[in-house]
Write a protein that binds this ligand. Structure first.
Ligand code: NAD
Length: 468
């Protein structure tokens, strides 16, 4: 999008955003903000496009979405290279992210012809239900996983017969803009999937407030999520929220301690900790606490931080100087740590992998989402204490349990109030399984078998068969 000034954006927000490579601090693009007037025009065009899209034969909609998936498959390397440059993601992760978009489009395409309703036995006639599309859906995406999170909302919404207006984060609009080009090239109708870059409080709020938008899908901070929820109330607007986390990694004494320690750094350093599912509270049974810390130290030091293009790199930079300031405000690099990794010198928004003990950690660091590669470790006494500590947070997004006792694993995952739990693993996300948060971590679920249903209204129809 050209960087010419819009005429109606409030002057307090920039009319264009620089996209900065966080590993080099170089400006790689400048992208103009979409003005509220342009949002209005986009909603009108999307409304018309949605009517035509919903009227297509389901098999034709599915075919077009599969072609979109094929186009993404052909562009995996290109999309990964964009993610690497605008978000600083190491190459292997960036490739996975582009592949996740392809897989999700394929999966959603498979749902188009399976969006069946019920036929319900009733007296005096026939009762059937229809899953009707909502209309125009706004997807507001964050910068931490720009491509997958954009697709988690967009793919099922399109498959269910809706139009999508996607607002990427200010820092990371480039992969989303490329995705829209791929959709058009694959044959998706014009105006059905539009990408509207811009400032959250301007472009984002114009979308949230627009009466022509039927549903908002938001991923980002809990503070902004609450604000959007309140604004949606005015229009009784449908809403999915994927917000923050402060997730526990619970390690029992009977676990494979070597594996639990070896995998723990990945669970809070992946994407430099800018992951809502980061297992940033490591709870360890007291009898093995010291041994676990001894095993954790070399594992943290082995996390290679550096150039995202280097295949040996495990962790890249933080997204921006401002975000690094936020992480430092929680945990200054001088805070006493159990272990602290190393980072490159020179340009780039680097922050080292860091492990703190809860009793010595700043109170905010132990309680709040840091969104950086920082974990706080604490001991627990028994199963009840582990569950109590795991649940002592307003968040409830994910968590891991490490134990060889299958019955205990089941008791603990049922007792932890979180949406995505893993046993002897840190896996949270698959396109075919549901994802979302308890408590302040969110509202609704994305992905999985019910993803399309979240973008429909159920309509019940009774047809009388009796003459009177
Ligand atoms: P944010 O919540 O401000 O931004 C996320 C998205 O919302 C962006 O597209 C942004 O432009 C948009 N937005 C911002 N204000 C808006 C508004 N008033 N109306 C509509 N849209 C709006 O997140 P951030 O500033 O990029 O990051 C701040 C913190 O949020 C991070 O430190 C982290 O704790 C958290 N965060 C969480 C996630 C997650 O996946 N849960 C993702 C990003 C950030």
């Amino acid at each position: 999008m050209p960087a010419e000034p819009p005429t109606d954006a409030p002057t307090t927000h920039p009319v264009a955003h620089d996209v900065v490579n966080p590993a080099t601090e170089e400006v790689i693009a400048t992208v103009r903000s979409t003005t509220p007037a342009e949002v209005d025009a986009a909603v009108r065009r999307a409304t018309a496009a949605q009517r035509r899209w919903a009227a297509l034969a389901p098999a034709d909609r599915a075919r077009l979405l599969r072609r979109f998936a094929t186009a993404v498959d052909g562009a995996v390397e290109e999309l990964a290279a964009i993610e690497l440059r605008e978000a600083g993601h190491p190459l292997a992760g960036a490739r996975w992210e582009a592949g996740n978009v392809r897989d999700l489009l394929d999966y959603a395409a498979g749902g188009v012809e399976r969006l069946t309703g019920y036929q319900i036995p009733v007296a005096g006639g026939l009762d059937v239900t229809f899953q009707e599309p909502l209309g125009v859906v706004a997807v507001i995406a964050p910068w931490n996983f720009p491509l997958p999170i954009a697709a988690w909302g967009s793919a099922p919404a399109l498959a269910a017969g809706n139009a999508v207006l996607l607002k990427p984060a200010e820092a990371t609009p480039l992969s989303a803009l490329r995705l829209a080009e791929l959709a058009l090239a694959a044959g998706l109708p014009e105006d059905l999937f539009q990408v509207l870059p811009g400032a959250g409080p301007v472009t984002g709020e114009a979308l949230v407030d627009h009466p022509g938008v039927a549903k908002v899908v938001f991923t980002g901070s809990t503070a902004v999520g609450k604000r959007i929820m309140a604004r949606c109330a005015a229009g009784v607007k449908r809403l999915t929220l994927e917000l923050g986390g402060k997730s526990p990694n619970i390690v029992f004494a009977d676990a494979d301690l070597e594996r639990a320690a070896a995998t723990a750094p990945g669970a809070f350093c992946d994407n430099a900790g800018q992951d809502c599912c980061a297992r940033s509270r490591v709870l360890v049974e007291r009898t093995v606490y010291d041994r676990f810390l001894a095993l954790l130290e070399p594992a943290v030091l082995a996390v290679t931080v550096g150039d995202p293009a280097d295949p040996a790199t495990a962790m890249g930079p933080l997204i921006s100087a401002a975000h690094r300031d936020r992480v430092r405000a929680h945990v200054p690099e001088t805070t006493p740590a159990v272990v602290r990794g190393t980072v490159p010198t020179g340009p780039g928004y680097w922050y080292p992998p860091t492990v703190l003990e809860a009793h010595a950690a700043p109170a905010r660091a132990a309680a709040e989402e840091i969104f950086g590669p920082v974990a706080v470790v604490a001991p627990f006494d028994d199963e009840a204490d582990a569950v109590r500590q795991a649940n002592a947070t307003d968040y409830g997004l994910s968590g891991s349990v490490w134990t060889r006792d299958a019955a205990r694993a089941l008791r603990v995952v049922r007792a932890v109030a979180a949406g995505n739990l893993s046993v002897n693993s840190h896996s949270s996300v698959r396109h075919a399984t549901p994802f979302g948060g308890f408590k302040h971590s969110g509202l609704g679920r994305e992905l999985g078998p019910d993803a399309l249903a979240a973008f429909t209204e159920t309509k019940n129809v009774f047809i009388a068969t009796e003459e009177r």
